[in-house]
Structures are given as C-alpha cells and as structure tokens.
Write a new protein. Structure first.
Lengths: 509, 514
C-alpha cells in the first residue's frame, strides 16, 4: 500500500502524507494492538454503543436495515453520550463472537467491544407495511433504566429509520455527561474523556461528587479540567450536569418524518400529479366553489371539490345538511323573525323591518359566501380523509390553518380535518356576528357581543394553529412515542356509509 | 472510547511490529507545526445518485477553492477518499485519528442530503491543532429548495461552487493557525519564512508543561504579547519574554473576505443582464403605471409564480393602505364640492394619499411581486435575468417609494418595514398639508382651514431622514441571490416557542451553532 501510494502521488505533501496514512491505516485496522500509539489517541475513553442490525434475505429489508443502522448511529452521534462503534470494529467483533447461530451472539460481540450499550434492530415487512423492532440493552448497571424494546410500523419505508432514530434520541433524556478521568496532570488538573462532542465547553460546572470543576480547554472528545476540591482516581467518573438537546433532536426527526409523509400522501403525489395543487386549491376556493354555489347552492360546494381531482367523490350528507340549514337560516331568519311580513330582500325597507332588523339581514346575506366556503372546506375535509390524501399547503399547515380561520369561521379546523370543531366555531361566530349586528346600536350590549365575537375569533385562529390534524394517515406516521392521554372529538364514516360522532380520550402506550 | 476498547480486549491480534515501528519513525520526523498548514477533504457523504453527483462536484469545488486560497497545502483528494473508503474509515473519530496522524491542520467533511425537492449541504470543519484539538470550528449548512427550477449538471455545478466558496470563506474567517517562534540565531526570535503573517501585534501563547506530553488536549496560557516587525523579527512587548515553543495565532480573514467578495461579484456578473442606469430610467418611465396597477398586478404576479408566502404578506400588509387609497379615490373632494358638502381634512388627505399610491406608493409591492421571482431564478443560475441587479434602480426605487429598493434587491422584510414607515409618514404629512373645506351657504363658497405647518415640517423632516437612511441602507446591502438558505455558525439569542404535538413551552433560546 505504501509503495502504491508513493508512486501515485506527487510532491511534498503526498510523500509526507502517504506514510502517515499508511501508519494510520495499519494502526486503525489492528484494534487488538499492544502498541501504545499516542499519535492516534484522539478518542478518550467514553461511553460507546454498538448498533447491530439483523441480516435479511429480502433486499428491501436489507436496505432498510442499512438505513436504520446509519440513522441510529447518527442519532447517538448527535446526542453526544454514546459513541457509535465504527464499522470495521463491528466486523472485528463479529469475527471474534463466533457464529450468529449461537445464543447471545450480539451480547458477546458487545462484550468484545466493551460498549456501554448495544442496540439490536430487526426490520420486518408485511405487505406494504414496513416495521422494525429495536431492543436496547445496557451493559452498565447505572444505565439499566434504558433497557427497552420499541416497535414501529409504517407504510413509508424511509420513516422507519427516522422513528428509530427519534426513539434513540429519547433515550438520552436527562443523561448528564459522565466523563472518566483519563489522567492526572499537575496543578489540580485532570484530563477527562468528554469534550465538545459531549456538549462540554469551557466554564465552571457544579458536580455532586467532585465539587465545582472548571473546564479549561476542550477538545472534540477530551478536556482538561481543574478540580480543586477533590482528587478523583484514574477511571473514576465525573458526572457533569450538561444535558443533550433531546427535544431539539426529536423535533428534527419529527420534521423529517412529517416531510416524508407529506411527500407520500400530499395532494401533489396522490391527486394532482401534473399540476400545482396549491394553485388548484386556491382556484377551487376562490372561483370554482363560488361559481358552483351560484349554480347549485350548497351542493355546488361538493361539486367544486372535484376540481382537486378526487376519484369517485361522494358527497357527505350531514355536512351538506348543516351548511344547507345555515344558508337557509341566513337568508330567511329576518323574515322568520318578523313573521314573514318584512320584505325578503335586505335592500328593501318596509314598515315591518326595523333598522336593526335590516342591519341583521344585511349582515346575514353578506356572509353567505362564508357559509358556502365553510361548506366547501367541510366537503374537502371529507374527501381528503376518504382519499387518504393530505391537502395542499400541508407543509405549512399551522400557519395556513390560522389564515383559513382568519378568513372563514372554523376554516382552519376544516382544513386540518376537524369538522366538528369547524362547525362549532362557524356557528358560534355566525351567531355572535348576527347578534352584534342586531344590537349594534345598543352600545353596551353591542360592544359586549363584538368583544365576544373577537374573543371567539382569536380562539378559532389560535386553535387552528395549534390543533393536531385530524387526518389519520398523517397522525399514524407522526405519532409521538411518548405515552399520553389525548382528548379527541371526531366525526368519522364507518363502512356502510354511516357517520358516527366520537368523543373520548385516547391513550398511546 | 476506542483506546479503552482496545486496551481491555482479551483477544490480542498479531501485529507487524517492525512495520509499525518503521512507520512511527517516519511519523516522528514530522514537525509539530506545519510550515504551511495541510488541509484534507475527507469526503462528502451522499446516499442518492443525485446526492452522489452533487457531493462529487462539491468536493471538487472545495478542493479548487482551497487551492485558490493559497492558504493550505492539500492531500490528494481522490487518493485519500480511496484509502478511507477501503478501510471503512468514515466515522468522525476515525477521521480525526487519521488527521492527527497525518499532520493535517484542517479537516473538512460534509454530507449532501437529497430529499427530492430539496437538497441540504452540510460542511463541517475540524481544527486538529491548538487551539481546537479536534473540535468542530465551523459548520456550514445550506438548504436548497428546488421549486420549479430546473437544476441540470451546469446549475448544480455552479451551486456547488458557490457553497464551496462560501463555506471555505467561513472556515478561513474563523480558522486560527498556531505559528511557532523559532530562534533566529542572534538571540532573538522570528517566524518561519513560508508562513504568511502580517506585521503587527499578536498575543503569545505558551503550552503548559505536562507530565503527559503526548496528550491531545493541552492547556495553554497567555504569555504576553509580541510584535512582528516588517523584517519578520519578533519583539516581545511583555509582560513575559517570548521563548522557543511559544506560538501565536494567525488567521486568514483577508483571504476569506476576498474569496467571498470575488465570488459574489462573479455571480452578479453572470446572472444579471444589464445592471446600470438604463434600468433605472426604465423603472422611472414605468413607475406610475406599475404603481397604479399594483392592486391587480401584484397578486396576479405572486399567484403566477406560485409565491404564496409573498401573496399572504402582500394581503396582510397592503390591505390598510389599499383601503385608504380606495376610500380616498372613491370619495373625491371634487364630487363633494359638486354636492356642496363639507370636505374634512381626513377626506382631502385620503384623496391626496390615493393619488400618491396611484403614482408611486404602490410601486414597491409591484416590484416585489416580480423581482422576487427574478432574483430566485438568478440565485439558482436559471439564465441571466433582465431588469434586476442595478444599484441605480434600487436607489431610484428607494427614493420615490417606501422599501422599493429593498424589495428590488430581495430583502422583503426590510422592504415592508420601510414601506409602512414611509406610508405612515407620507399620510401624516398629507394630513397636515391638506386643508379642510367648509361650505358656506351664505356666500356659496368654501372656507379653507389649514393644517399645522409645524407638524408638517416634523413629518417631512422625519420622512427625509428615513429616506436618507433607506437609501444608504439599500446601497449597503447586496442582492439576495444566495442559492438556498444558508445557516452559518453564530451566536444568537431569540425568544422561542417550542411547539410539540402535545405541549407548548415558551422560552428563550441562546444558541451558539458550532
């Protein structure tokens, strides 16, 4: 190798680097060496993790296994507590651990590597659903609480490694830096096996067993610290209260999972493959739906959803019934309140129509576009759920939902597939708007009603922004790993075409 | 960790001891500090075929940029990649061991993540010697959203070049090289002839003697200051006198700035068609029609280009001013005069403001609707772009409208900032300038009552001051033609709202990205 490199390279640098590279490679490839090669010691003693992926004859599962292993190593690397064992070290350990057919093969490999923790990943597939089970086995007593088995399933293969990585990141919750003392230097100084990679930086840190320690200089994996109030022995551990950014890492993986899910189920890849679904969505809301409703009130809202390319769309009768009733109420309420004696049109005033009543009628008529828009968004929520697709702008779903709610009462809730909440806000805001219009001249009551309307509107916008989406395909893929009680209020179609209302608490174990 | 793993192993493998010792001997002749620092590019990882293509280009461009900087010697990239991949050395710890063994001062490593519609480029720079001891000294991350742009090999190559240069400029601006003092034979000290160090004062560092001289991380103390004279002699300026083994730190900030400026100038030259006064004249000619048609043309422009963020911002920001414009133009004083009704100062001011919005006030938003897309195309090397790219046009737009220059240069948020300030001041000034007219039936005439001229002067003065600041500002910022969103290492403090699916936690984020 040395000869070949010298022959292939030219000039001073190559002639200097070639032997260095050769030396490095020789030393790196001989993990059992007895030579104490200070020149290669960059990596001070620290926790290690071995990631073992069970082999599979299925090429797809093989690829999934490789991706999962890489993602797990990346997660451990980013969290900075357990340094992933390198590939060539794994190969060396496998050679020394005997046959894979024997019991505890991976345990023996982990012992050879002397890691603190090892992880075994078993990818699986059932039809279109990919899965992986991850077993975390700690080898140190103080890490016993990390032992666990987690399983994930997904229709999106690339999400499996990310979910495993997210779970691996969550292992680091509340894990401080546990740095071994590598060497004792002079002047109360010690070399410890933790550095920038562990999240350590220069400064003073309080420790439980060694008092305040001062980190003087940090390297990538080692640091020089001053410990004035204790004399720790070599190999003893110093626990420094510096914690990994688990939440940040989890958010990062969650964002990638969400992104993959939107790519897979987004309207652009499921319904409208050769056109910009965002433009279609806006055109549908601003042009097609008003036009459809002008021709065929309420039912036009359902027909307008066809513009987004749903195959065999089916109208949702309860939604149409609610929106139809709302529209009828808006047009006929003033007439009804006056015993059908007042003129039907708001621009005509007669003796039976007071000024307040005319104002109410004007507002009711003027807000009919909002009703047909709500009807449209409601029908879209149904169609997207049935088609197993996600609406356009879903990558900015929170902001877009808030925008929808700002324009159409309950619009953001409909956008996120929460139909009941959407109708709840719609009816509340319309009722408050109508009352405000009617009592507008009554300053006290009018102001109170307007304030209530403003409050409900703000609640509508805020809830649209923060509310979790109601699309099962998305929620399944992005479900949080943590156990949690989640309240839900949902309207869902069951096989046979019947709609059921659901209110309850769900527990994700 | 590796050492502990190695030392605790029960299996002892056979080793070619002689070879190793010979190699160690070769290693031992390497100087502690490189005469000229050595840089190595330890591969750019990628998973997809397009990612691999981009990573290859990026590595090549990084290598070229390193070469052109003249600051480093390089290890042959292909040879290094071959050796590292042959031995499966792709983990960070392994790369650092290699770098230290090979006497490398700066190690660059990166990855390209191809997610279909988006490409992410990450480059990390490790400083191997003091004062870094293997730490990451700089991290560069660029996210490239392709959108509807076509990124063929030519565009990708140019984008890679841009990010390679910017990343390296960032690395060079932060990298510090330890330059040891050597005895000049006459009882004094000097620095090695082939290390470029500017004359001036420097801080002097002295490694603390340790019982373990082989340690990777060494404590260092500040020994004092030295002055490098023009002839290269080193003179101690106290408090401690320099001695052999001391070193000072020098950097490459000038090279970094030159490299970044040069690349930006080249890009502007390549992607803008005719940046000059002719564009400014053209803009002046079309100002009034553009401004008048803004309420229709701007949303259509945003919509046409699929710029929905721009459309949302336009709707939210333009609405109050469009309302004032519409109410002013629909309720004209002339019509009120015909009906012999009083004309309030508010009505007159709105009318005047409506005229202003027709002639010039709507121009910035018209510019934003179209320039934003042109700049995006320019940023992704989608051919040479007409109309945009000239400072005279930016200055003209800033002078006649609020934030026009900033929109023209692609700084949308600054544009809206100046747009609102400008409109508020113009409206306030017009309010003071406009006179209320009260109809007197007795004389069948109107009596005028003037506004407060003192306040008018204040508003006009403030408007003038804002204009001066705006024009100066627009001249000081460049065109927003970065290929993708770049996140560089920096310290930042920002309010933070952490939103999980289950909870919301308000907080303050203090970040030092390294």
């Amino acid at each position: 190798m040395l000869t070949a490199m010298t022959m292939n390279s030219a000039g001073y640098i190559q002639s200097r680097i070639a032997p260095a590279l050769a030396a490095f490679m020789v030393l790196a490839m001989l993990p059992g060496t007895m030579v104490r090669a200070a020149e290669i010691r960059v990596n001070a003693p620290s926790g290690g993790v071995a990631v073992f992926v069970l082999p599979s004859a299925d090429p797809a599962l093989g690829a999934l296994g490789i991706e999962s292993g890489a993602a797990l190593r990346d997660a451990f690397d980013r969290c900075g507590r357990f340094l992933p064992v390198e590939e060539h070290q794994l190969r060396w350990a496998f050679r020394g651990a005997g046959s894979t057919a024997e019991d505890d093969f991976y345990g023996r490999a982990a012992r050879l590597l002397d890691v603190d923790l090892y992880v075994i990943v078993a990818p699986s597939r059932m039809g279109e659903i990919y899965g992986a089970a991850m077993r975390v086995v700690p080898r140190r007593g103080d890490l016993a609480h990390l032992e666990r088995v987690v399983r994930f399933e997904s229709r999106i293969m690339v999400n499996i490694p990310l979910r495993l990585a997210k779970a691996a990141a969550s292992l680091h919750e509340g894990l401080p830096v546990s740095a071994p003392v590598v060497a004792r230097l002079e002047l109360e100084r010690y070399l410890i096996g933790a550095g920038q990679w562990h999240g350590l930086s220069a400064g003073t840190f309080p420790t439980r067993d060694h008092g305040a320690i001062e980190v003087l200089v940090t390297g990538r994996y080692e640091s020089v610290v001053r410990i004035p109030s204790a004399k720790p022995g070599i190999e003893s551990k110093i626990v420094i209260p510096v914690y990994p950014d688990v939440r940040g890492q989890s958010r990062r993986y969650a964002a990638r999972i969400s992104e993959n899910t939107i790519v897979r189920y987004g309207a652009g890849s499921t319904l409208l493959k050769n056109t910009d679904p965002r433009k279609r969505y806006i055109e549908g809301a601003c042009i097609i739906n008003p036009g459809g409703n002008a021709c065929l009130p309420v039912y036009g809202a359902f027909l307008a959803t066809g513009y987004l390319g749903f195959r065999d769309p089916k109208a949702d009768a309860p939604g149409l019934a609610i929106s139809g009733s709302m529209l009828a109420l808006q047009l006929a309420l003033p007439s009804f309140l006056t015993g059908f004696s007042a003129h039907f049109f708001p621009w005509e005033r007669d003796g039976d129509k007071t000024r307040d009543m005319q104002r109410l009628q004007a507002v009711m008529w003027a807000t009919t576009p909002l009703t047909v828009s709500a009807a449209y968004f409601d029908q879209l929520a149904v169609q997207f759920s049935r088609a197993g697709a996600l609406p356009p702008f879903f990558e900015d779903r929170d902001a877009f939902a808030a925008l929808c709610s700002a324009v159409v009462p309950g619009g953001g809730q409909f956008y996120k597939g929460r139909r009941l909440a959407g109708w709840g806000f719609f009816i509340s805001e319309m009722a408050l708007g109508a009352c405000s219009a009617y009592y507008f001249d009554d300053r006290g009551r009018g102001r109170l009603l307007l304030a209530a309307l403003g409050t409900v509107k703000l609640a509508d916008i805020a809830s649209a922004f923060f509310m979790r989406t109601g699309y099962d395909i998305y929620n399944r893929e992005t479900a949080d790993d943590r156990a949690a009680l989640v309240p839900f209020l949902q309207m869902r179609e069951i096989p046979g075409g019947e709609d059921i209302m659901m209110l309850g608490l769900s527990y994700r174990p | 960790m590796l050492t502990s793993i190695i030392s605790k192993r029960t299996v002892v493998q056979k080793m070619p001891m002689v070879s190793a010792l010979v190699i160690m001997l070769v290693l031992s002749i390497s100087p502690a500090f490189a005469a000229r620092p050595i840089a190595a590019i330890a591969g750019i990882e990628a998973k997809s075929p397009r990612g691999a293509q981009v990573s290859g280009m990026l590595a090549e461009r990084l290598s070229a940029a390193l070469r052109s900087s003249g600051a480093f010697d390089q290890i042959d990239r292909a040879l290094l990649a071959d050796q590292l991949s042959r031995y499966g050395c792709d983990a960070e710890a392994c790369l650092l061991r290699f770098a230290r063994t090979a006497g490398v001062s700066l190690l660059l490593h990166g990855r390209v993540d191809d997610r279909g519609s988006a490409l992410t480029i990450e480059i990390e720079a490790y400083g191997i010697d003091a004062p870094y001891f293997g730490k990451i000294l700089y991290r560069y991350r660029a996210e490239l959203f392709q959108g509807t742009a076509v990124l063929a090999a030519r565009e990708l190559s140019l984008i890679c070049e841009e990010h390679a240069v910017r990343a390296l400029a960032g690395v060079l601006s932060r990298f510090r090289l330890p330059v040891p003092l050597i005895q000049d034979g006459g009882g004094g000290f000097s620095i090695q002839g082939d290390v470029r160090v500017s004359a001036g004062e420097y801080e002097l560092f002295r490694p603390v003697r340790s019982v373990r001289e082989d340690d990777v991380v060494r404590t260092v103390e500040r020994a004092g200051r030295v002055r490098i004279e023009d002839n290269g002699r080193v003179v101690g300026t106290g408090p401690a006198l320099p001695r052999a083994g001391d070193y000072m730190l020098t950097g490459f900030q000038d090279e970094a700035a030159r490299m970044a400026d040069l690349h930006l100038a080249r890009k502007e030259e390549a992607v803008f068609q005719h940046p000059g006064y002719s564009d400014a004249i053209l803009a002046a000619i079309f100002s009034a029609p553009a401004s008048a048609s803004m309420p229709i043309m701007a949303p259509l422009g945003y919509y046409h280009y699929g710029d929905f963020e721009g459309l949302s911002l336009w709707a939210a920001n333009a609405a109050p001013w469009l309302y004032l414009e519409a109410s002013g133009l629909l309720r004209r004083p002339k019509d009120l005069r015909k009906e012999k009704r009083d004309i309030s100062r508010e009505t007159a001011a709105r009318y005047n403001f409506g005229l202003y919005m027709l002639c010039a006030g709507g121009l910035p938003l018209f510019v934003d609707a179209f320039a934003h897309q042109y700049l995006r195309d320019a940023s992704l090397y989608q051919g040479t772009q007409p109309v945009i790219g000239g400072n005279p046009t930016a200055v003209y737009l800033s002078m006649v409208s609020g934030g026009g220059g900033h929109f023209y240069k692609g700084h949308r948020l600054w544009g809206y900032f100046y747009f609102h300030i400008n409109n508020a001041l113009v409206y306030s000034a017009l309010h003071e300038y406009s006179s209320a007219q009260r109809y007197d039936p007795g004389t069948d005439s109107y009596r005028k009552s003037k506004g407060d001229t003192g306040r008018l002067r204040v508003y006009l003065g403030a408007l003038g001051a804002v204009k001066i600041i705006e024009v100066t500002h627009v001249l000081s910022v460049g065109h927003s033609i970065s290929a993708g969103r770049v996140r560089e290492e920096r310290f930042s403090i920002a309010p933070d709202l952490i939103i999980d699916e289950n909870e919301i936690t308000p907080g303050l984020r203090m970040t030092y990205r390294f």
